[in-house]
Write a protein that binds this ligand. Structure first.
Ligand SMILES: *[C@@H]1O[C@H](CO)[C@@H](O)[C@H](O)[C@H]1NC(C)=O
Ligand SMILES: *[C@@H]1O[C@H](CO)[C@@H](O)[C@H](O)[C@H]1NC(C)=O
Length: 292
């Protein structure tokens, strides 16, 4: 880990803060201060959202245009995604950030502790205490990792949204932080699970919310369970199966045919399997004991 970009930049932003109130001031860190291999930025700027901090590339919403100018092939994307989550989990574990898998990533964990082959992003949450810790000590830090699978070395940038201090619903700033691959531009959106004091005052004990409008109960999430994902130490919510059923339905935990893939229980892998042509796209189930 080496803290770098942004010592000067931070000063510039602080200084500018008192002088002007340009509507674009809250944008993600300036291209010239973070650029790696590109000559110009491919970020898309939406002038109608002056308060939106994080931006995405003009070519695809899962990429940061400060670092990439095109999306890789599907196969390469999966390689980058795996490296992204492995490096994220390892780093968060090292620096003491409480983070856990959610949504599609948690579903992937449920089947075989891996990213599902058709998934194009990764979903994680952090606790409130951890987002404060990240903002105070790790904003704009760059983390160097050697990726075992490819043998290449990569720098990952941890950038924290200054709007993280606002816990209200904010459509433009649902993402509190990003873990960004500064080579491929692929990133992980990090959201914060917070106590919802409004709901608590209404008598909902343990009410918790995420800025993207997901709601949970404290006891569904904590204590987190310790496990592993893509070979790295990971945490998952306590009531993971209830959370998955609520979000995806009971079938998501039992249907072994999905998105043109079949779950092969002998090798514990999703393998490509186009549905039989004559079946007209019908889905069918295979019953097997899902051992874990
Ligand atoms: C993190 O640093 C960037 C770049 O200096 C800045 O734009 C952003 O406001 C900072 N975030 C926090 C939480 O201070
Ligand atoms: C907190 O709970 C209240 C009442 O249920 C709800 O209206 C509000 O949207 C919640 N806050 C967030 C950030 O989701």
């Amino acid at each position: 880990m080496r803290p770098h970009f942004g010592i000067l930049l931070g000063y510039f932003f602080c200084a500018a803060h008192h002088v002007v109130s340009s509507p674009l001031m809250k944008r993600d860190a300036d291209f010239n201060d973070v650029k790696t291999r590109l000559k110009s930025s491919n970020q898309k700027v939406d002038a109608s959202k002056p308060n939106k901090y994080f931006h995405e590339s003009a070519f695809h919403y899962h990429y940061d245009g400060r670092f990439a100018d095109k999306a890789p092939s599907d196969g390469m994307r999966q390689v980058h995604l795996r490296a992204l989550i492995q490096t994220y989990l390892a780093t968060m574990n090292d620096i003491g950030i409480e983070t856990f898998l959610m949504h599609g990533t948690l579903l992937g964990w449920w089947w075989n502790r891996k990213i599902m082959p058709w998934d194009s992003d990764i979903d994680v949450m952090v606790s409130e205490k951890s987002i404060h810790h990240m903002a105070a000590y790790y904003n704009m830090t760059v983390h160097h990792h050697r990726i075992p699978e490819s043998g290449v070395s990569r720098d990952y940038l941890l950038e924290v949204n200054p709007h993280y201090t606002n816990s209200d619903w904010d459509a433009d700033n649902k993402i509190d932080a990003r873990w960004i691959d500064t080579d491929s531009g692929l990133f992980i959106d990090i959201t914060t699970l917070r106590r919802n004091t409004t709901a608590e005052e209404l008598g909902i004990h343990g009410a918790m919310s995420v800025k993207d409008k997901h709601h949970y109960n404290y006891d569904d999430i904590f204590p987190l369970r310790i496990t592993d994902f893509e070979g790295s130490p990971a945490k998952i919510p306590y009531a993971y199966s209830e959370i998955l059923v609520e979000e995806y339905g009971q079938n998501a935990l039992t249907d072994s045919y999905f998105e043109s893939h079949r779950f092969d229980s002998s090798i514990k892998q999703w393998v490509p399997k186009p549905l039989p042509g004559h079946a007209g796209g019908a889905r069918f189930r295979e019953s097997f004991a899902q051992g874990d």
